[in-house]
Design a protein around this ligand. Structure first.
Ligand code: 9MR
Length: 490
C-alpha cells in the first residue's frame, strides 16, 4: 500500500479556523502556565500550536482526579488541544445501575476542556471492560435494548460537546476474531453496526470511531478491523474513523504503521492515534529516552504522512499520571513529560516533527525576579560562559538516589552548548543520567548537554538528572559551575 504525499486538504483549513477560535477562547491561560510551558528546556512552540499549524490536533487523556493537580492541568491546557476522559465516560461510571445515569465526572472533564479551549474525544460507549456487572448478567434478549438506551442517553447528554465518540472500543481479539463479550454473544457481529447507527441518531455531528490496540501495524487484527470497516462502509453504516491506540514498547513502533493507517483512510474514514505511550523498562537510561524521542517522532510523522490522520493523543499528560507503572511492573517513563512534568527528549522530538521550534526564538519565558540578569559580562558569541542558577532535588532510598538539577540561564545572552561541573559527595556513583551525559561516574564530574538541549535562551531552564548508588551520603553537590561560571542556587 503506497503512502501518499501529504497535502493540506480543505477540511484541514476549516479545522485551523476552528482551532483559532478555540485558542481565542483560551485566554484564561495564565502567565504561570506560559512560564511552565516554556520551562526546563521546553521547545518554544507548544505541541498544540505546532500540530494546529499542520492541520492536526494534539491530545491527552485526563481523569477527574487529575483536575486537582495544577501542575498537570497547566501543562495540559498549554500544550494540548484535545482531551480524552481516561475513565469518566465509561459505562461503569455513567450507568452504574440499569437506567441510573451519572454524568458528573465526565461533565467536569468537559467543563475543564471547554474553559481551556480544548475539544473532547468521547471515550467510550460500548466496551467489554469497565462494564458494570448488571450488563453482563442481563438475559441475552435484553442486551440490545440496554446497549441502545445507554448509547442514546449518553450521546444525547454530550451532544454538541464532544468532537468524536469511540463508539465501540476494542472489539477484536489479537487473532482478528471478534471478542466474545456480552454484546457479541447477544447480537452477533451486528452489534457494531447497531451501536454506530444508534450513536449517529443521538448525535449526528459527532465523529464515530472504532478504537483498538495492536492494530497499528499490518497484522491479523488490523486486517480484521480493515475488513470490518470496509463492510460497514459498503452497508452505509455511519462510521467516521478508526482509532489506533498505540500503546508501544520502546523501539517497537511497527514499520508498517503509516501504510496501515493509509489503507484505512483510503476506505473513506479518518484515522487517529488515540492513546499513545511508549513504555521503558526502568530505570530509563539516556539512550532509552533518545530512542523514545525517535519513537514518538516516528508516530507523529506517520500521522502527518497519512492524509486522513486527524490527530495524535497521548494517554496521560506525564509519567506521573501514566497508567503504565500500575499495569506493567518494572515499566514506566512512557510519556513526553517526566515525573515532575518536565519535558523529556520525546517532547522536543515531537515539536520538531510537527515543524515547531525547539530553538531559542521568542517567546522566551520571563525570568523570575530572583533570576533577573546580573551585571556579569556578556558571554562570548560561542556562549563560553553565562550567569546561571541551579536548583536541585534529591530523593534517596537505602543505597540509591536520584537527583534532578534544573539549570536556568539568568544572563541576557543565549548559551550555545554547556558543561556543568560539580563534585559528587563520597560514595555516590552515577548509574544512569537523563537529558545529559555525566563523566566520570564518581568524584568531580562533568555533565554535558545532549544534541537537543544545548541551547538555553536567556531566562530558559532545563532539567537534567541522574540516578546513583550511594553509601549513606545522599546530599547534593556543594557547588555547580556552568561553562566556567559558578552558579547561584535556588
Ligand atoms: O487509563 C485507564 C485506566 O485508568 C484504567 O484503569 C484502565 C482500565 O481498563 O483503562 C485505562 O484506559 C484504557 C482505555 O480506556 C482503553 N485502552 C487501554 C487503556 C489503558 O488500559
Amino acid at each position: 500500500m503506497s503512502v501518499r504525499t501529504r497535502r493540506l486538504p480543505q477540511p484541514r483549513r476549516a479545522q485551523r479556523a476552528l482551532f483559532a477560535t478555540a485558542a481565542a477562547t483560551a485566554s484564561a491561560v495564565t502567565l504561570a502556565t506560559l512560564l511552565l510551558a516554556g520551562q526546563a528546556g521546553a521547545a518554544n512552540t507548544s505541541l498544540k500550536s505546532a500540530a494546529e499549524a499542520k492541520g492536526v490536533y494534539f491530545g491527552t487523556a485526563l481523569t477527574q482526579s487529575n483536575l486537582s493537580n495544577s501542575t498537570l492541568t497547566s501543562v495540559a491546557s498549554s500544550q494540548f488541544d484535545m482531551v480524552t476522559p481516561g475513565n469518566e465516560m465509561k459505562w461503569d461510571t455513567t450507568e452504574p445501575s440499569n437506567g441510573s445515569y451519572n454524568f458528573a465526572p465526565g461533565d467536569q472533564i468537559v467543563t475543564y476542556a471547554q474553559s481551556s479551549g480544548m475539544r473532547v474525544r468521547g471515550h467510550n460507549l460500548v466496551w467489554h471492560s469497565q462494564l458494570p456487572s448488571w450488563v453482563s448478567s442481563l438475559p441475552a434478549n435484553q442486551v440490545q435494548a440496554a446497549m441502545e438506551s445507554h448509547i442514546t442517553t449518553e450521546a444525547t447528554h454530550y451532544k454538541g460537546k464532544v468532537y468524536s465518540w469511540d463508539v465501540v472500543n476494542e472489539p477484536f481479539n489479537d487473532d482478528g476474531t471478534l471478542r466474545q463479550d456480552v454484546f457479541y454473544t447477544a447480537m452477533g457481529s451486528g452489534y457494531i453496526a447497531d451501536a454506530l447507527r444508534t450513536a449517529h441518531a443521538a448525535d449526528p455531528n459527532a465523529k464515530l470511531y472504532l478504537n483498538d490496540y495492536n492494530i497499528e501495524g499490518e497484522n491479523a487484527k488490523s486486517n480484521a478491523m480493515y475488513s470490518l470497516v470496509q463492510s460497514l462502509k459498503s452497508q452505509g453504516v455511519p462510521i467516521d474513523g478508526v482509532g489506533f491506540e498505540s500503546h508501544f514498547i520502546l523501539g517497537q513502533v511497527p514499520t508498517t504503521m503509516a501504510a496501515n493507517m493509509q489503507r484505512f483512510a483510503a476506505l473513506g474514514v479518518n484515522v487517529a492515534v488515540t492513546e499513545l505511550d511508549d513504555r521503558i523498562q526502568l530505570p530509563a537510561s539516556s539512550a532509552n529516552l533518545a530512542q523514545q524521542a525517535s519513537d514518538f517522532a516516528t508516530v507523529v510523522n506517520d500521522c502527518l504522512t497519512v492524509s486522513g490522520c486527524v490527530g495524535v493523543s497521548q494517554w496521560g499528560v506525564g509519567d506521573a499520571d501514566s497508567w503504565i507503572p500500575g499495569a506493567f511492573s518494572g515499566y514506566g517513563a512512557a510519556t513526553m513529560y517526566d515525573g515532575n512534568y518536565q519535558p523529556k527528549p520525546a517532547y522536543n522530538a515531537v515539536v520538531a516533527a510537527l515543524g515547531g521550534s525547539t530553538s531559542t526564538s521568542s517567546p522566551t519565558p520571563t525570568p523570575s525576579a530572583s533570576a533577573s540578569p546580573s551585571a556579569s559580562p556578556s558571554p562570548s558569541a560561542t556562549g563560553a560562559a553565562g550567569p546561571c542558577k541551579v536548583a536541585d532535588s534529591v530523593s534517596a532510598w537505602n543505597t540509591g538516589m536520584t537527583e534532578n538539577i534544573t539549570i536556568t540561564n539568568t544572563g541576557s545572552s543565549t548559551i550555545n552548548g554547556w558543561s556543568l561541573r560539580f563534585t559528587l559527595p563520597t560514595g555516590q556513583t552515577v548509574t544512569s543520567a537523563w537529558n545529559t551525559t555525566i563523566t566520570p561516574a564518581t568524584g568531580p564530574v562533568t555533565s554535558t548537554n545532549l544534541s537537543y538541549n544545548g541551547t538555553l535562551a536567556p531566562g530558559a531552564a532545563i532539567t537534567i538528572g541522574f540516578q546513583a548508588n550511594q553509601t549513606g551520603n545522599a546530599s547534593a553537590p556543594g557547588s555547580f559551575t556552568l561553562n566556567g561560571s559558578t552558579c547561584s542556587r535556588g
